[in-house]
Design a protein around this ligand. Structure first.
Ligand code: SF4
Ligand code: SF4
Length: 352
């Protein structure tokens, strides 16, 4: 058990149309967070990675004060403990908060979906205040260098993704995570546009690498390239923590999947693996290593990318309606999930 995810809260200061989080006012408190961290660090394994999520995690920034000392105190076995870069919409950051995070050695990754119009397009109450986010990124840069960027791709913005990624690179960002929206149905046309954009990104990414610009990282292309060059077949288990990564909600409940607690009550119950106060069923969590979505959802394997079909329940649920997608829509989601791998596989075919 190398990694664990903790939802610090389920509240956000904005409202993105594509958000899958079922929001409410729950916040994790410090005693519960400490109990979860103690439990996790005590599990087997020399390396322990912690992902903090929200809602908007910076609404809970105060909870992280003193974390470094706390972790040092409980880490009697000298394990390697890593707090992964925390995703944020960037609006709430200020000098004092940044100083506090820096003291704890905590880094951030900012959401930026394109230029001002594109970025705000699916932020429902438009309080996204683009200029303020750019200002806060400047503030962050002064102390920490360029942050990583999460570029979320709404189906309606599939076209032109390559231009938006190029725009972010032109602004000087060097680590960009492309995140196609799950939980909304993508049309065939949108899926095709997405793949075409990814193909163009693949081409310029490979050109950058050929020109020696190894400081540019476009995710998940970077990881997929290693897998293609290692001759691996497509398998979406590589990007999925099911079976190996416990996920804690602010109320202490634990699940085997990062997203399923925002879906139907039946799925929540199925993937629930306990509570930090009453015990976490690690064996039940491990049983999800063999999970196949067709246990719960009607799929049509003949339509899906080989090897891509089995695991990610997050590709199968419409988060607006709470219902499962049709087999056709599920096949399209698998294709979107596999796009970067397949694009690199084609582009690098000469290499094998
Ligand atoms: S900023 Fe993140 S958590 Fe907040 S509404 Fe948007 S996607 Fe959801
Ligand atoms: S099924 Fe999806 S949300 Fe759940 S752990 Fe795997 S990748 Fe994450």
């Amino acid at each position: 058990m190398e990694s664990m995810t903790v939802y610090l809260n389920l509240k956000c200061n904005i409202d993105c149309e594509y958000c899958f989080v079922k929001k409410n006012n729950s916040f994790m408190d410090r005693p519960r967070l400490e109990k979860i961290l103690r439990w996790f660090i005590g599990q087997d394994g020399p390396e322990k990675r912690v992902n903090f999520l929200g809602g908007e995690p910076l609404l809970s920034a105060g909870l992280l004060a003193g974390l470094k000392d706390f972790l040092r105190g409980i880490n009697t076995a000298g394990k390697k403990i890593v707090i992964k870069d925390i995703p944020t919409n960037g609006i709430l950051l200020d000098e004092a908060m940044l100083a506090g995070l820096n003291k704890e050695g905590i880094k951030l990754v900012f959401s930026l979906d394109g230029d001002q119009f594109e970025h705000n397009r699916f932020r429902i109450n438009k309080r996204a205040t683009f200029d303020r986010i750019l200002g806060n990124i400047e503030l962050y840069k002064k102390h920490n260098g360029m942050p990583g960027i999460k570029c979320t791709v709404h189906p309606e913005m599939a076209e032109g993704l390559d231009k938006r990624v190029a725009g972010l690179l032109n602004k000087g960002f060097r680590s960009i995570h492309i995140l196609p929206v799950l939980g909304l149905p993508w049309s065939r046309e949108q899926a095709r546009s997405y793949r075409e954009s990814i193909d163009r990104i693949t081409r310029f990414y490979l050109n950058f690498l050929k020109a020696g610009s190894h400081n540019i990282q476009i995710h998940p292309l970077k990881k997929d390239m290693d897998r293609v060059l290692n001759g691996e077949v497509f398998d979406n288990r590589a990007g999925c923590g099911l079976g190996s990564e416990p996920v804690f909600m602010p109320d202490g409940k634990a699940y085997a999947c990062t997203a399923v607690m925002h879906y139907t009550p039946e799925l929540m119950e199925k993937f629930r693996i306990g509570h930090i106060d009453t015990g976490v069923d690690v064996r039940k969590m491990g049983s999800f290593l063999n999970y196949k979505v067709c246990q719960d959802v009607r799929t049509d394997c003949t339509r899906t990318v080989p090897g891509a079909c089995c695991r990610k329940i997050c590709l199968c649920v419409n988060t607006r309606t709470g219902e499962f997608f049709s087999p056709e829509n599920i096949a399209t989601m698998f294709e979107i999930d596999a796009a970067t791998f397949l694009s690199l596989n084609e582009a690098l075919a000469w290499n094998r």
